[in-house]
Design a protein around this ligand. Structure first.
Ligand SMILES: NC(=O)CC[C@H](N)C(=O)O
Length: 221
């Protein structure tokens, strides 16, 4: 599967994400710089990594969402290409409008960096097919703006349509309804604050993140 990882000034999880994708797909992703106006042809997956794009100036992800390459990412997503945004990548996806809601400052005003338990809410998506619905998995978080917000009507719609992928098993950052990750209405775009690429082998202390990439590979292939 041909894949791409988008790299912004300030991204710091791009290499980890590339290693995770390569270890599952067997081929290296193309690393695509934010200034590019076009993406490589035939991508089976576009991945937006974590980090501090543009120094988190203005709002996390706000400037990255307006970079040339992200216009091409939005077009590809609207044509159905699978897109995953992790942490800062999730923030970018909400800033583009591809995903509903916003990521605000953590309710405790601190940077939260630790393993958290997540409940898999929906195992029907292309991103979660290797998990069981209701299963608890452990994945690290590392963010200061992970407090998911949307108005009640939007939250009801997302939940009603089964678009909550992962929920924190407890209050991590003040997120509405403990939402940790959501998919878009088309089912091809996932945003999540926890970092599955940091839990793909025993040396990481667990491999609960690996199944996300394995399921995605299977679904896309
Ligand atoms: N690990 C990350 O991607 C962090 C995202 C963002 N800079 C925040 O702290 O909220």
């Amino acid at each position: 599967m041909k894949t791409a990882v988008i790299v912004f000034p300030g991204s710091n999880c791009d290499r980890d994400l590339a290693v995770a994708i390569e270890s599952v797909t067997g081929s290296k992703p193309e690393m695509v710089w934010h200034g590019e106006s076009a993406l490589p042809d035939g991508l089976g997956l576009i991945a937006l990594p974590g980090g501090f794009s543009y120094g988190d100036y203005l709002r996390c992800g706000a400037i990255a969402a307006r970079s040339p390459v992200v216009r091409a990412v939005v077009d590809a997503a609207n044509r159905g290409t699978p897109v995953i945004g992790i942490c800062n990548g999730f923030q970018v996806l909400t800033e583009t409008g591809l995903l509903s809601g916003a990521l605000m400052r953590n309710s405790g005003l601190d940077f939260v960096c630790r393993d958290v338990d997540l409940t898999v809410e929906n195992s029907q998506s292309i991103f979660t097919s290797r998990y069981d619905a209701g299963e608890t998995i452990s994945i690290p978080v590392a963010h200061h703006d992970g407090n998911y917000f949307a108005d009640a009507e939007t939250l009801d719609r997302i939940e009603g349509e089964g678009r909550v992928a992962f929920r924190y098993a407890g209050n991590v950052n003040g997120s509405a309804r403990n939402i940790a990750g959501i998919v878009n209405a088309g089912g091809n775009v996932l945003g999540m604050m926890p970092h599955p690429e940091r839990k793909i082998e025993a040396a990481h202390g667990g491999s609960d993140g690996r199944r996300l990439f394995e399921g995605l590979l299977e679904a896309v292939a």
